[in-house]
Design a protein around this ligand. Structure first.
Ligand code: IMP
Length: 423
């Protein structure tokens, strides 16, 4: 059956480490959405690996990894990752399968993503500039190029010409950018088109056959619930569905096959890019969280905005994802804070809001109602048993459980594989 790992905040919850940890118990790890905007970090024996496209399960020698049809693939980024893994003694061939019907990100998607965001002025989203939104836009405009089209000479050229017809007009007449030649792109991508063939299959058939044989699949989400195109803080969202609902369309498997949904929540909240963030801390406490938690984007290096845990958001994430259990990450970062706050509701004028709201005027301007807890000073990084955690740490964990209504089954207390408490 399928287990899903989903982010319950604005991404960067520490899903990379969680997936690496859970990969031990499954046969296949499959990414279902997003693209090279993601940055999943895994630390093994002091070596840091950052994955943008390849599922973080690849570090396990006996596991198969799948990049599903819901993912948008930048071949340059993909092969940079493959090369990096090879250099570190990790073989990818026969361990990685890529969906024939996933869409390809090409140079014009990246350029357009960057210039579009610049032209948005005050409405700037602060995208990663990786061509994510623009690749999905082409997919929905039916001028996208799928992996299966990319590897066929004639089809690729034909589709490239169609896509560039509009893009070049925009570049020349509106954005004042250089126009791109289909022949040059065709030539520049020769290596990638040849090499990617080794990995391409119908992953929906592969995954369903694996399920029929009783294999276990871990579906790896990128980004998080509040970056979801439908349920996030629109328009400050990514262009895909990171929520558990995205698994079925992003992998081609039936909802009936999903057995368990695990939510990953960071012990505080972060967000990269623009958009509302009610529990954001703009003073030195926020800066302290950023420094201790190394809160700088794994993909763009941008400083992440930091704030207190928002229980209203995580509770909503639990509802729409159907989360069975939570994994709490980076709890060690909160060590040493005198007081720790948790957002429990919002206030807009005289109105108390107990639920996440889509009204961006209210959500951007609401006050947060907090519960304040006493912090702890003891180092928790090497604690293995829940009962050995300081009293106040346990109180904090149990308060989150009470507010979200979900059991926290694992607690991560550091970046390495070993730093995890099972309950
Ligand atoms: P895009 O996904 O590059 O289009 O960016 C849209 C928004 O999602 C921006 O605010 C990004 O900073 C944010 N975003 C995209 N991917 C991630 C991620 O993996 N972690 C955190 N934020 C992300």
């Amino acid at each position: 059956m399928v287990t899903v790992v989903v982010g319950t905040q604005w991404g960067d919850e520490g899903k990379g480490k969680v997936i690496d940890y859970l990969a031990e118990k499954v046969d296949i790890i499959a990414r279902y959405q997003g693209g090279a905007n993601a940055g999943h970090t895994v630390v093994v024996k002091d070596k840091k690996y950052i994955f943008h496209l390849i599922p973080s399960g690849i570090l396990h020698p006996d596991k198969i990894c799948v990049i599903g049809n819901g993912v948008v693939i930048d071949p340059i980024s993909l092969f940079e990752e493959i090369e990096f893994l090879k250099k570190n003694g990790i073989e990818v061939e026969k361990k990685l399968f890529i969906a024939e019907n996933a869409h390809i990100t090409l140079p014009y998607h990246k350029i357009l993503d960057q210039v579009e965001d610049k032209f948005r002025g005050k409405g700037k989203l602060g995208t990663t500039g990786r061509g994510i939104g623009t690749t999905y836009t082409d997919k929905y405009s039916r001028i996208g190029i799928r992996v299966i089209d990319f590897i066929d000479d004639d089809v690729f050229m034909e589709k490239l010409k169609i896509a560039l017809e509009v893009k070049n007009y925009l570049f020349k007449e509106y954005y004042k950018e250089e126009i791109l030649s289909p022949e040059k792109i065709f030539k520049d991508y020769e290596f990638y088109r040849r090499e990617i063939k080794k990995f391409v299959v119908n992953t929906s058939i592969y995954l369903n056959e694996a399920l029929d044989k009783g294999k276990k699949i871990l579906a790896e989400g990128a980004q998080g619930t509040f970056l979801d195109i439908d349920f996030g803080t629109y328009p400050f969202v990514t262009a895909s569905n990171p929520i558990a609902g995205g698994v079925c369309t992003g992998l081609g498997i039936s909802p009936k096959k999903i057995e368990k949904i695990i939510g990953v929540a960071k012990a505080y909240t972060t967000r990269v890019g623009m958009g509302p963030f009610p529990t954001e801390i703009k003073d030195e406490i926020g800066e302290k969280l950023r420094q201790i938690g190394s809160e700088f984007g794994a993909t763009t290096g941008r400083p992440r905005r930091c704030g207190w845990f928002d229980a209203v958001l995580v509770k909503y994430a639990c509802i729409i994802n159907g989360i069975d259990e939570l994994i709490l990450t980076k709890l060690d970062v909160l060590t040493g804070f005198e007081k720790i706050k948790i957002g429990v509701a919002y206030k807009y004028g005289n109105e108390i809001l107990n639920n996440y709201i889509f009204d961006s005027k209210k959500f951007s301007n609401c006050e947060v109602i907090y519960e304040e807890l006493d912090g702890w000073k003891e180092n928790i990084e090497n604690i293995k048993d829940y009962k050995d955690l300081p009293k106040n740490t346990k109180k904090y964990i149990e308060k989150i459980e009470e507010l979200t209504g979900k059991k926290i089954t694992k607690i991560s207390t550091g970046s390495s594989r070993e730093q995890i408490i099972e309950r």
